[in-house]
Design a protein around this ligand. Structure first.
Ligand SMILES: O=C[C@H](O)COP(=O)(O)O
Length: 254
């Protein structure tokens, strides 16, 4: 099934109020492209302010607690994120998986969906696993254990992010990305049956304006989760443009 590409920026621990101008520029620029859904996952401190600055533009969080509330110092529950204006959240990013297991990632995804948030579940292999030829086994194992069970797949996205590609300037070859995306597509189809087609599969890890077109041309890659290159409109919008061009080439603007 051909559908809109999905390009999501993950600002990680970057951005203060002054950077809301970039959010505004990204939202305004992204609106010019058809066939692409664009969202920004911001530091929690900016979600509320961004939701005010760009009403209607999807802003999200980078993590969520699996409990709705309680004695969890420094954490945020899903309803709190919704209250701040978030419409989505990332869970299981490798920069957080250092401290959490897949069962916790799944619990977070389920809690987020139950509160009405769209969820992006991240999976990826370490350099060691990659070099040992265990990429597909690793990402499928993580996906199987991390995907939520309780809610259907319509608001679920899976992002393949090789740990070694994040912020490194290195990416797998398009062929390697295609192998993994194909394996994840099979897994999702098997797990969710016909509804699996609604689950988009993203690639993340050193995506930029120069390599985006090649990545979006890979079969079963429905978009990208972008870190560093999402911080400034001048870097991010060329990636959005490449996604729009990929959809146009496929002749299926939704
Ligand atoms: O969430 C985004 C990924 O970690 C990719 O980050 P990057 O584009 O800076 O490599």
């Amino acid at each position: 099934m051909i559908q809109n590409k999905y390009v999501v920026g993950n600002w990680k621990m970057n951005g203060v109020g002054a950077h809301l101008e970039e959010v505004r520029a990204i939202a305004g620029g992204a609106a010019r492209y058809r066939g692409v859904d664009v969202a920004l996952c911001l530091p929690a401190t900016l979600i509320h302010r961004a939701a005010d600055v760009v009403p209607g533009f999807p802003v999200g969080a980078q993590d969520v607690h699996f409990e709705p509330h309680g004695a969890h110092t420094g954490c945020l529950g899903a309803a709190m994120l919704v209250d701040a204006g978030a419409v989505l959240t990332i869970v299981g990013h490798s920069e957080r998986r250092e401290r959490e297991r897949s069962a916790e990632v799944r619990a977070k995804a389920e809690a987020a969906q139950a509160a009405g948030l769209d969820v992006i579940v991240c999976v990826g292999e370490s350099l060691e696993a990659h070099e040992a030829g265990a990429t597909i086994e690793t990402v499928c194992r993580l996906a199987n254990k991390s995907l939520p069970e309780q809610v259907g797949p319509t608001r679920l996205t899976l992002s393949y992010e090789p740990v070694w590609a994040i912020g490194s300037g290195s990416t797998p070859s398009p062929k390697e990305i295609g192998w993994v995306a194909g394996a994840l597509r099979d897994l999702v189809d098997k797990r969710f049956g016909g509804q699996g087609a609604g689950v988009r599969i993203l690639y993340g890890g050193s995506v930029n304006g120069s390599n985006a077109a090649e990545i979006f041309a890979v079969p079963n890659v429905d978009g990208a989760l972008v870190g560093g290159a999402s911080l400034r409109a001048i870097d991010f919008l060329p990636i959005v443009a490449a996604a729009a061009e990929a959809v146009e080439r496929q002749g299926a603007i939704a």
